[in-house]
Design a protein around this ligand. Structure first.
Ligand code: NAP
Ligand code: ZN
Ligand code: ZN
Length: 353
C-alpha cells in the first residue's frame, strides 16, 4: 500500500516547479505520517532545483524545512501521537550504527545519511528510487528523524528552524560562542538572520557583515550590535584582527581572504554557505595569527531538538514571508536576488485550493 501525495516538482535544471503527484510509503511500525502545514524555501532547494551542484535527479521535489501534524503512526511508534506538532529537517535516515550516528551526529554518518530530497530512498516501499521533499501535502518518516516542535512557537515561523536554524545554531555551539566574544555573521539571508538571533541570545557581541547597506536597520532589530559593510574596504581594514568567530553564509564561492583577515589570533571562520570551490585562500592569513577555517553541515537529531527547545525558551522564530505554492517560482527568483525578509515559507493549504 502507498499514499498518494500532491506536491510540486521541477523536471529539469531550467524548468519551473509545477504540480506533481507521487506516492509515499504507508507507515511501517516505526514510521510517522505527517500532514505538512508549512515548508520553508532554503537556498539549497534552489541550488538543487537548478542543478547548480551537479547531483540533482529529476523529477525533483524540494523542501527540507517541514512543519506539520502527525496524521498516522505505525504500531511501534513511542514518541509521537496523532495530532502532535512535529518537524522534519534535512535528514530522513542514516545507518544508525556508525560512530557518528551513535553520537547523534547523523549528518556526518560514515555510511551516508539519506537526505529528505534528491537522495537514494534506501527504505523503499514506493515505485520511486529517490526521496521527495516537503513541497507536498504529506510525508512518511521514521520517528527517529522526526522532531517535536514546541507548542509556543508559531508553526509557520518555526519551519525554517529545521534547516536555517540548526545550520547556524550547531557551529555557534560547537565553537562555544558566548559572552565576551565578538562574532560576525556574514550574509543576511535565511541562515544569516538566524545566526544573528542565536549569537545574540548566546550573549555574544554580534556584527552583521553584509553586502547590502539597506539591510543594516533590520540587522539591528534582529539582534546585531553593529553592521559592517563588506564592500567598504576602509571599514573592513579597520575591523581586521578583531573577531573571535565568523559564520560565513555566502551561497557561492568567493574570495575568503578579506574575511579571514577580520579574525584575531586563534579566531575561526566557519563556512556553511559555499558548497563549492572557494576562489582563493592565502595561507599567510592562517599562519600569522594561528587562524582556522572550517565547515559545518546542518546538525544531528539530538542537537536539532536542543535548538528547537532553545527557541522555545528564548521565544525565537524566523522572520518569514508566506507564499502560496503556485508562487514558489517567483519566491525562488526573489531569494536569489536577496529580496526576502528573511525566509519564504510555503503555506501548504494553498496546494488544496
Ligand atoms: P539566502 O537566503 O539566499 O542568503 C544568502 C545571503 O548571502 C544573501 O542574502 C546575501 O546577504 C549574501 N550574499 C548572496 N550572494 C553573495 C555574494 N556573491 N557575495 C557576498 N554575499 C552574498 O541563502 P540561505 O538560504 O541563507 O543559504 C545560504 C547558503 O547556505 C546556500 O548556499 C545554501 O545552499 C547553504 N546551506 C548550507 C547548509 C549547511 O548545512 N552547511 C544548510 C543550509 C543551507 P547580504 O545581502 O546581507 O550580503
Ligand atoms: Zn536547507
Ligand atoms: Zn551512520
Amino acid at each position: 500500500m502507498t499514499i498518494n501525495v500532491r506536491g510540486y516538482a521541477t523536471h529539469s535544471a531550467t524548468s519551473e516547479l509545477v504540480p506533481f503527484t507521487f506516492e509515499r510509503r504507508d507507515p511501517r511500525p516505526s514510521d510517522v505520517m505527517i500532514d505538512i502545514l508549512y515548508c520553508g524555501v532554503c537556498h539549497s532547494d534552489i541550488h538543487s532545483a537548478r542543478n547548480e551542484w551537479g547531483w540533482t535527479h529529476y523529477p525533483f521535489v524540494p523542501g527540507h524545512e517541514i512543519v506539520g501534524r502527525v496524521a498516522a503512526i505505525g504500531n511501534g511508534v513511542s514518541k509521537y501521537k496523532v495530532g502532535d506538532l512535529v518537524g522534519v529537517g534535512c535528514l530522513v535516515d542514516s545507518c544508525r550504527h556508525c560512530a557518528s550516528c551513535n553520537e547523534g551526529l547523523e549528518q556526518y554518518c560514515d555510511n551516508g545519511f539519506t537526505g529528505t530530497y534528491n537522495d537514494e530512498d534506501k527504505i523503499g516501499g514506493t515505485p520511486h528510487k529517490v526521496t521527495f521533499g516537503g513541497y507536498s501535502d504529506k510525508i512518511t518518516v521514521d520517528e527517529r528523524f522526526v522532531l517535536r516542535v514546541p507548542d509556543n512557537l508559531a508553526p509557520a515561523a518555526a519551519a525554517p528552524l529545521l534547516c536555517a536554524g540548526i545550520t547556524t545554531y550547531s557551529p555557534l555551539r560547537h565553537w562555544k560562542v558566548g559572552p565576551g566574544q565578538k562574532v560576525g555573521i556574514i550574509g543576511l539571508g535565511g541562515l544569516g538572520h538566524m545566526g544573528v538571533k542565536f549569537a545574540h541570545a548566546m550573549g555574544a557581541h554580534v556584527v552583521m557583515i553584509t553586502t547590502s547597506p539597506e539591510k543594516g536597520q533590520d540587522a539591528k532589530k534582529l539582534g546585531a550590535d553593529e553592521v559592517l559593510l563588506s564592500k567598504d574596504t576602509n571599514a573592513m581594514t579597520a575591523a581586521q584582527n578583531s573577531f573571535d568567530f565568523l559564520l560565513n553564509t555566502i551561497p557561492v564561492g568567493h574570495d575568503v581572504d578579506p574575511y579571514m583577515a577580520l579574525l584575531k589570533r586563534d579566531g575561526s571562520m566557519v563556512v556553511v554557505g559555499a558548497v563549492e570551490p572557494l576562489k582563493k585562500v592565502n595561507g599567510l592569513l592562517f599562519i600569522f595569527r594561528r587562524r582556522s577555517m572550517a565547515g559545518s553541515l546542518i546538525g544531528g537529531l539530538p542537537e536539532t531538538q536542543e535548538m528547537l527547545d532553545f527557541c522555545s525558551k528564548y521565544n525565537i522564530t524566523c522572520d518569514i514571508e508566506m507564499v502560496a505554492m503556485k508562487d514558489v517560482n517567483k519566491a525562488y527568483n526573489r531569494t536569489v536576488k536577496g529580496d526576502v525578509k528573511y525566509r519564504f515559507v510555503i503555506d501548504m493549504a494553498s496546494l488544496k485550493s
